[in-house]
Design a protein around this ligand. Sequence first.
Ligand code: ZN
Length: 221
Amino acid sequence: MFFPNLKLWLFKLLFEERCVNCLKREISDLGYLCEVCFYQLIPTKRFETLAVPYVDGFYTIFEHKGIGQRIVDLIKFKNVSSLARQVGKLAEPFLEDIYKEINPDYVTVVPPDPLKLWFIRGFNPPLEMVKETFLGNKVKPILIRRLKIRRPLSRAKDKLYRFRLVKNNFTVRKEYLDLVKGKTILVIDDVLTTGATASEVGKILKSLSVEKVYWFSFFRA
Ligand SMILES: [Zn+2]
């Protein structure tokens, strides 16, 4: 027998996990990204205030550029949910710092577009990103998103148009209407672009007497 391990070799060739970016097979315990690619992620300035009403501050970790953009595309357009969980694990130490800094009463995620969740993606990216981190059991389903047929937000480049698309799209669940009064809420999302979604969510929360609204996005576009 020339190839006693042929079956095993074939199995490994076909199924062994590879780095999602460079396809190198030796991936580290960082998971779906090899160490080399992980360190190519560009850090953001972490905290910023945008000229966006209703949100007290924005936190981000990675730039939505290069490998960062590739990761987001794989999660959002190729539906790689495992990579979303990996991003969460990579970001966890930073997320812990941010959490300590804000000390929120509630943590929630931006709810998914129902059509995308049910028919296309099968998971909500920001929830998938945090669910295996220390925030996993702290996330409360405070917000809901109304089913509204519209063009995907990502295709709308114009800032004003983006604002119009997400208008009045969110609401707070009945059971949280009184609970959120006077509280600090941290909202988690995947990508921060103009802050249009943040502003809309912030507006709803502040109208319910929420004291502080902080926004955290893994990626900054
Ligand atoms: Zn790699």
